[in-house]
Design a protein around this ligand. Structure first.
Ligand code: APR
Length: 172
């Protein structure tokens, strides 16, 4: 495996990466959780830059500069709202990770940080979300020299991601 996928226990804003992923909503106008934290840290230019890019459908990504963030880029992606699992939520969440990893590769970037998309306000179960995050990011990291940080803002998320890393095969 040339690249690596690691867990970062703490605030995603502490990571020094090329691209930071925002768990946004389709309006891209900010919100609570990690969305609120990223917008507060990036400054008001982030919202201005998002306006012409909205609405963003679930599973897709929109890219803006990071402005006052350390990260050069923000990949705004909209995760699925969990509605019991029978409405394609898992596939949509996987699309978020794939779309962001595709952007990373297309732009020739090397490092990225993800929050646990959809596992907060959107209610996606942590275990399944962790498996999806690890499966998709490891597939990309197995073929390219990329570094992926999965940020866990709390202990429960860190534990779920750790189990997902242990369960998932290292190389495809
Ligand atoms: N760093 C890392 N992770 C964070 C941070 C942070 N600063 N703040 C929150 N998180 C974590 C949460 O603890 C959770 O594990 O990000 C994960 C995703 O939770 P949410 O931010 O609630 O995102 P999501 O579940 O995808 O819901 C998106 O919430 O904030 C609104 O505008 C957003 O409508 C959208 C919805």
């Amino acid at each position: 495996m040339t690249g690596r996928v690691e867990i970062h226990r703490g605030n995603i804003l502490d990571l020094n990466v090329d691209a930071i992923v925002n768990a946004a909503n389709s309006t891209l106008m900010g919100g609570g959780g990690v969305d609120g934290a990223i917008h507060r840290a990036a400054g008001p230019q982030l919202r201005q830059a998002c306006m012409p890019l909205a609405p963003c459908p679930a599973g897709e990504v929109r890219v803006t500069p990071g402005f006052s963030l350390r990260a050069e880029w923000v990949f705004h992606t909209v995760g699925p709202v969990w509605r019991g699992g029978a409405e394609g939520e898992a596939a949509t969440l996987a699309m978020c990770y794939e779309a962001c990893m595709e952007e990373l590769v297309q732009r020739g970037l090397a490092t990225i940080a993800f929050p646990a998309i959809s596992t907060g306000a959107y209610g996606f179960p942590l275990g399944e979300a962790g498996d999806i995050a690890v499966r998709v990011t490891r597939r990309y990291a197995a073929r390219r020299d990329l570094t992926v940080y999965l940020a866990a803002f709390d202990g429960e998320t860190a534990e779920a991601l750790g189990k997902a890393l242990t369960r998932s095969p290292k190389a495809d």
